[in-house]
Design a protein around this ligand. Structure first.
Ligand SMILES: [Zn+2]
Length: 290
């Protein structure tokens, strides 16, 4: 599953290229992934220009001048590739980022009047692109219930702790991953931030000291910002396939590092299961409190 930093990388890249472009033509081959009435597409997409590219949680929102927006969820294998004078592609890292497009994975194509094109590719077809009145976007079920954005300036430690305490008896990792508590935190960033703050992922929220929760707030934001920076810094290199490695993973301290020494204390990192998810911990730095 693509997480907040990956989706933010897609957003910031597209935000450099899409605004002001006018849609000339729309093609799609996958009605389930593009469930929009042809009459609406003709009326509210074709001829409209792009006003902005935004993100809420893991959802991308391309706002159009027609009063409608394209709401996009990349899910497991979605990616967006812009091909114009310059090329930008991000999302699921595979060869379609660099291939000639369209290819077998292409689901939606937006042609712009200046000759540039946006390709929505999705090998496994779980992603989608929906056309909705912009005013209705916040009313989508998912966006109505999703928690606050952890990287907003006003997302203070107090607000973070208040959100976690809505599920104070649950293991802290499960709470971090709960999209109703916080928007966009996934498995990698939960494991990394809990390791940094020296909190065992199974510890109920209630048993974690306030000092550690304040540290976790800071560590979570640090990890997310670093991941965005890494994603962002490989925008262009992604296209020559460097992104295939997953740039942030190279900087991870515990995620997928089981069997290796903890960078802080040298104890062997273990992989356990918490909240139904593969979880990476240092058994010495992260002691469970019951
Ligand atoms: Zn350690």
């Amino acid at each position: 599953m693509q997480e907040l930093p990956e989706v933010e990388t897609v957003r910031s890249g597209l935000a450099k290229f899409l605004p002001r472009l006018v849609i000339k033509d729309v093609w799609h081959d996958w009605p389930k992934g593009f469930p929009n009435a042809p009459a609406d597409v003709a009326r509210f997409m074709v001829g409209a220009s792009v006003k902005s590219v935004r993100r809420r949680a893991k959802v991308l929102i391309i706002e159009l001048s027609s009063g409608y927006s394209l709401v996009i969820h990349l899910k497991m294998t979605g990616q967006l590739v812009f091909v114009g004078k310059e090329r930008f592609g991000a999302g699921h890292p595979n060869d379609s980022l660099i291939n000639n497009l369209p290819d077998k994975s292409t689901r939606v194509v937006l042609d712009f009047t200046d000759g540039s094109t946006l390709f929505f590719n999705d090998q496994r077809k779980f992603g989608w692109m929906r056309l909705l009145p912009t005013l209705e976007v916040p009313e989508i079920d998912f966006l109505k219930t999703v928690g606050p954005e952890p990287l907003e300036d006003d997302f203070t430690a107090d607000k973070f702790i208040e959100r976690l305490q809505t599920r104070k008896n649950s293991p802290i990792k499960a709470v971090l991953l709960d999209q109703k508590v916080l928007a966009g935190v996934g498995n990698i960033y939960a494991d990394e931030s809990l390791w940094m703050a020296k909190i065992h992922p199974s510890t109920p929220v209630d048993k974690v000291s306030r000092t550690k929760l304040v540290a976790l707030h800071n560590d979570l934001r640090t990890v997310l910002k670093l991941a965005i920076e890494k994603g962002g810094s490989t925008d262009r290199n992604y296209v020559n396939a460097e992104g295939k490695k997953g740039s942030y993973i190279d900087f991870a301290n515990v995620f997928r590092r089981e069997g290796q020494p903890c960078p802080r204390c040298g104890t062997t990192i273990e992989k356990i299961r918490v909240a139904g998810r593969g979880t990476h911990i240092c058994p010495k730095c992260q002691k469970v409190l019951k």
